[in-house]
Design a protein around this ligand. Structure first.
Ligand code: ATP
Ligand code: MG
Length: 406
């Protein structure tokens, strides 16, 4: 029997309490966790899947699925795009459960792996500190990145889905919609309708933002189109007035670009992923403003590169990379830039290989007469305009990683 259904806000509050009282729990804690870049898709997919699994699961145990955002609590403030989405669901960023709610990972009192179970959304390999401790306890995933072959093939009652889609949230909705219909059919009251609309707002935000309101043909898949249709139905039913997806999309799009006040370091770590292959480590920051904006954050180029170097040293990187995705003043005129910096021999070697193999397929053209490029003292850096704008970090990071291994 699943637990009796409550609002999203009460659900998050119960899940947080369960985590804070972990030492008194007898049954294992089940987490649903997004990836370490913790973008809107990761955060919302985790909340929606955890909520629906908690209140619809047909397994005999009353499992409370805990949605975990893979960042410390203070980093939620780097994500203004959360605000229009959460407010529609009667939530605040502080309602989300973050790494700050976990017992200290380096302390002996941390959660023992055997007392946990992990479902991944928006990634399919648990990396970083969490991965070192808990990767053997991953028992399901729903994701739209390249298959990493790390999640067990048979996940029993839990999903194991890795498939292309604009947004991971669309795959979550596809997986849960039958159960969502069934649980909603049990109570035909206005409270249930309100809860459904709140949940649908959370699921819809990332689908709209990741597919540009279904208008980006290169990214949009049938799962995204179906998810939008399905979620709109709940929003219209629960909010009782005409729902306009375009204006919801624009509101989130505008909030996402409200990063003028962030420091260069905060912009670099806002949407950041890191990998390690064959002793070479790569960090890729995805930024919603262009290189000129990033450069303007420091007085001089020297200071700019000093900040980048410090950022890389703190993370022990051989390769520091920045992908910008910007639009002039509106959602048209979308453009990408790619900056890479090899910080030791192995990093430089990998990047030269990457340049030779991927320049054509990514449409790389030297940025502003090579004014950021340099080869000096065993370091090598280059910046390009990336003309093939359909390739996001989802495509570029695997290319960089493959040049690090072969
Ligand atoms: P990762 O999967 O590693 O997080 P990423 O964050 O770089 O990769 P995506 O999540 O695919 O890339 O896209 C990030 C954002 O960029 C999306 O929210 C999407 O709105 C925007 N975007 C991507 N391509 C376009 C495009 N052609 N036009 C407008 N916006 C785009
Ligand atoms: Mg992303």
């Amino acid at each position: 029997m699943p637990l009796p259904r409550v609002s999203l806000r009460s659900f998050l509050s119960s899940a947080k309490s369960a985590l804070h009282n972990a030492s008194q729990q007898t049954s294992p804690l089940t987490f649903v966790i997004g990836n370490e870049a913790a973008d809107l898709d990761s955060l919302c997919s985790a909340v929606v899947l955890a909520y629906l699994r908690t209140y619809t699961s047909t397994s005999p145990a009353n499992t409370l699925y805990i949605p975990l955002s893979s960042i410390p609590h203070t980093d939620l403030s780097l994500r203004p795009e959360l605000l229009p989405v959460l407010s529609r669901a009667n939530l605040k960023p502080s309602d989300l459960i973050t790494l700050s709610d976990l017992p200290n990972l380096s302390h002996p009192s941390r959660l023992p792996p055997e007392k946990t179970k992990w479902i991944l959304v928006d990634h399919n390999a648990l990396l970083g500190e969490l991965g070192k401790i808990y990767s053997g306890r991953v028992m399901g995933c729903i994701d739209h990145h390249d298959e990493e072959g790390k999640v067990p093939k048979d996940c029993g009652d839990e999903p194991r889905i890795v498939r292309k889609s604009g947004s991971c949230a669309s795959l979550v909705v596809e997986y849960c919609r039958e159960a969502w219909d069934t649980v909603s059919a049990k109570s035909n009251d206005s409270e249930t309708a309100k809860w459904n609309a709140e949940l649908a707002r959370v699921a819809l935000g990332p689908v709209l933002i990741d597919t540009s309101n279904l208008e980006n043909e290169a990214k949009t898949t049938p799962a995204d189109v179906e998810a939008v249709k399905y979620l709109e139905k709940w929003i219209t039913a629960g909010e009782g007035e005409g729902f306009d997806a375009k204006s919801y999309y624009k509101e989130i799009w505008t909030a996402e670009r409200d990063v003028e006040g962030l420091s260069l370091t905060d912009l670099l770590r806002k949407d950041y992923k890191q990998w390690s292959e064959g002793g070479v480590s790569l960090g890729v920051s995805s930024v919603v403003k262009d290189m000129d904006f990033l450069l303007s954050k420091r007085e001089t180029r020297e200071e700019f590169f000093d900040t980048l170097k410090r950022f890389s040293q703190e993370r022990d990187l051989s390769i520091c990379s920045i992908m910008t995705r910007s639009s002039a003043n509106n959602e048209n005129g979308f453009q990408r830039e790619l900056f890479v910096w090899g910080l030791n021999d192995k990093g430089v070697q990998a990047l030269k290989k990457f340049e030779a193999e991927s320049s054509n397929s990514l449409g790389l053209e030297i940025w502003k007469e090579g004014s950021l490029d340099s080869e000096d003292g065993g370091l090598w850096r280059k910046c390009w305009q990336q003309k093939k704008i359909e390739n996001s970090r989802k495509q570029v990071a695997p290319m960089l990683r493959s040049s690090m291994t072969n």
